[in-house]
Ligand binder design. Structure first.
Ligand code: DGL
Length: 290
């Protein structure tokens, strides 16, 4: 069990505004936070990126579950989070049960909202999903899609996370890698007799590549951002608590954010603002153990 040594987010002023904890293996989850902030501008957020142990997408279920549970406990036990959003497809796909067992607050993952958004978008009932290796091997999207009457074809795109981490979000090499992956996926779909009209971005890093991806999909294909879909679901699930705090006259400020990382604080500060769409501010280093 990890020990944590950071002061919790201040409740100065007696504000009862709920704290929403947001977790990712790195800083891709800031795309989910960005979508959350846009919808809940009065909420207080604590974000942790487990940058020391990224990528999760190439690790085993057991390891991912252990890492994710530690981050969830940090957010709840040390930072007072009352709701958790697992802003990581890999952790959502492989460790949602482990996270829910590790904490006592409501936990929302990104897979179910992504599949729900795909259901709403698709007319043919056939969808494509791109994600990390671990997410694809778990077939979490295929299962969530099947439960909604969709057929899903999943493809691992392991080169994309490192390219985003490198900051190559608008680079010809990245565009070419995306083109190759999507050509392969479309060929596999045709061979399987599918007629897909929707592509799910099943990794929180991929929204940063959205312009390149939209430029590479066949005309008319809809691109679903699981970050946006998760934020919509979070508002439905947690938004009432925020609205209640506001209507009860609790002291509300504009959005408060505290960011933690388990490594690479400077890189997080540098690249994080690109993911969040605003400066991330000072990122604090935390040690979650091994
Ligand atoms: N955050 C992960 C996801 O959404 C991608 C990065 C990783 O592999 O850890 O699947």
């Amino acid at each position: 069990m990890a020990s944590f040594e950071t002061a919790p987010m201040s409740s100065a002023g007696g504000s009862a505004t709920p704290i929403i904890g947001v977790f990712d293996s790195g800083f891709g989850g800031l795309t989910v936070l960005r979508a959350l902030v846009a919808r809940l501008p009065d909420a207080r957020f604590v974000f942790i990126g487990d940058t020391a142990r990224l990528p999760y997408g190439s690790k085993s279920r057991r390891t991912i579950a252990r890492y994710a549970a530690q981050s969830a406990q940090f957010l709840v036990q040390e930072q007072g989070a009352e709701f958790l959003v697992i802003a990581c497809n890999t952790a959502s796909a492989l460790a949602l049960d482990a996270i829910q067992a590790a904490v006592t607050v409501p936990v929302l993952g990104v897979i179910e909202p992504g599949a729900t958004a795909a259901r709403a978008a698709s007319r043919t009932g056939d969808v494509l999903v791109i994600a990390t290796d671990a997410t694809v091997q778990s077939h979490a999207y295929a299962a969530a899609s099947r439960a909604r009457g969709l057929r899903a074809l999943e493809k691992a795109c392991p080169l994309l996370v490192p390219l985003v981490e490198e900051g190559w979000t608008d680079h010809p090499v990245t565009a070419e890698v995306i083109r190759v992956y999507l050509n392969e996926l479309n060929a596999e779909a045709a061979a399987a007799g599918l007629n897909p009209d929707t592509l799910v971005l099943g990794c929180t890093h991929y929204p940063l590549l959205r312009p390149l991806i939209e430029g590479a999909v066949p005309a008319g294909m809809r691109v679903i951002d699981s970050a946006e879909a998760a934020a919509e679901a979070a508002v439905l699930q947690f938004g009432g608590g925020i609205a209640h705090a506001k209507s009860s006259g609790d002291q509300m400020t504009s959005m408060e954010l505290r960011c933690f990382a388990t490594d690479s604080v400077e890189k997080f500060e540098r690249l994080g603002s690109r993911f969040l769409g605003r400066p991330v501010g000072k990122v604090e280093l935390v040690d979650l153990g091994g």
